[in-house]
Design a protein around this ligand. Sequence first.
Ligand SMILES: [Zn+2]
Length: 186
Amino acid sequence: MSGSADHGRPGTATGDRDHDADLLWLVDIRRLRSEHRGRRQITGTAAVPDLRLETAEVPGDSVGYELDIDATGSDVTVTGRIDVVWRADCRRCLDPIERSETMRLQEVFQVVEIEGETWPIVDDRIDLGLVVREHVLLALPLAPVCRDDCGGPDPDDDHGLLQPGSDGPVAMSDPRWAALEQLHFD
Ligand SMILES: [Zn+2]
């Protein structure tokens, strides 16, 4: 029997609201197996610390999640999706950008993990925070632009940036070139 009063928090929260955000994402597999027959779906919103790059960030480090955890075998699989809203400044015109992003997860945790492929089970616990953090950071843009054809702050001065069929290297979305363009303004 799975508990009907499952509030879907990733961790094994005991009502302690001051729980460290890192600990929130730790899931006790032994307990999952004994109390939920190894299967559980968790949904909600929680913070994963430090969801930011120099170029973009997730306000409040807030992540929405809907994840199925399956610990019925010796491995633990986690599937589902996470949602974030990220903010950045356009590299060309500096306008603020806000986008929502949904990521699909399918991850495997093992006692002896395969580096780069699976995640470790440590002391009968899995750390969903590691997985979520990796997915979110990979989704954040390194060179955010408000739209693909953003011409920068001065619409009269950057036609060259967008010329189709130019035989130069593919540099339209490279922020270093955008910066060079700005040097020509005066
Ligand atoms: Zn822009």
